[in-house]
Ligand binder design. Sequence first.
Ligand SMILES: [Zn+2]
Length: 274
Amino acid sequence: MNPRTLAIALPLLFACSIAIAQPAAKGDGVQVSNPSVLRKLIPAERLEHTATEQYQQLTAGARRQGALAPANHPQVMRLRAIAERIIKHAPRFNPDATSWKWEVNLIGSKQINAFCMPGGKIAFYTGILETLRLTDDEVAIVMGHEVAHALREHSRERLAKNSITRFGTAIVGAVISGGRYADVINQAGSLATLKFSRDNETDADVVGLDLAARAGFDPRAGVTLWRKMTTASKNAPPQFLSTHPTGPNRIKEIERHLAEVMPLYERSRGSESR
Ligand SMILES: [Zn+2]
């Protein structure tokens, strides 16, 4: 399908490095800091509204071109089954996720790409499933990572940070209190070339591992996934890597967190077999 259509989805696929070091006590699994309070400058409901509009444009465009896989497509059913298991654990990282209108779609495109927009709008491209020959565990790692970006509100943080950089705190406050949310979001939405920061990528990796493991998917697939991604990037850099830089450090970081999430996986597997 037309890459320009696909590009509509990209503006919200970014993140930033604002993080307040307040450990959120959550018991077992990974420990993550609380999201930045700065993100509150951007109203979540407006951002989710914009994300929904962009997602609808993307899926409608794909449908017109015959590139939107139908609900009875085996790979769509597979993606939705995996999503259902992951989403069950989403409120652990963002209580608002219980009211999100989650959607999962598959778009026919050679792109090695996947995303989850604010508010739970997930899309996978056939390219990532087919070129990387992803196992269910690896699909869950990709999905967990993308869902983590949405749950941890990395886009919202980025918009807030960009707005402050551009307008200053006082003006951003005035704009927002004046009700011109759309202006702030639309202006930031044009910054399609922004990439995820390393901090937010690590955060999404760690939270994604936790989600996948709780859902009963093997978190060690994080290592095989990123090895596949690295190999694929030697031919032509996958779209996914333009926003998700890979490398040995990323794999090392994932390996470092395996000890925290393997017990979740084993517990989930145990409860399934009972
Ligand atoms: Zn990412």
